[in-house]
Design a protein around this ligand. Structure first.
Ligand code: MG
Length: 109
């Protein structure tokens, strides 16, 4: 089995909580949590990945666009893992809230 197959098996079919633990484990192993994280910086690094996705989209580079979206998720999952957040519960709670809101959340435009 190749390393790629191992990684695919670690990711596919996993819950968000499990993906948080997996991505956070990699980041910890690579030294990104050796000292206390600056949460503002971590959030801006997530935004940076979205900016990179925007640039790839602008250049019509689909492969890079997809990779930058993956980077965005990886950084976000790592942050949630590092903060030990139950992001699945938070998403479920927010989806219930959104479903109870009116069409276009009551906004005209
Ligand atoms: Mg990137």
């Amino acid at each position: 089995m190749t390393h790629d197959n191992d990684t695919n098996e670690n990711i596919q079919g996993q819950s968000l909580g499990e993906l948080c633990a997996f991505c956070h484990g990699i980041a910890k192993e690579k030294g990104f949590w050796d000292s206390e994280r600056n949460i503002g910086e971590a959030l801006m690094l997530i935004v940076t990945e979205l900016a990179e996705a925007m640039e790839a989209h602008r250049k019509q580079d689909q492969a890079n666009f997809q990779e930058e979206l993956a980077d965005t998720f990886i950084r976000l999952l790592d942050l949630c893992g590092g903060l030990d957040l139950d992001i699945e519960s938070e998403i479920a709670k927010k989806c219930r809230k959104n479903m109870s809101r009116p069409y276009k959340h009551g906004k005209i435009c």
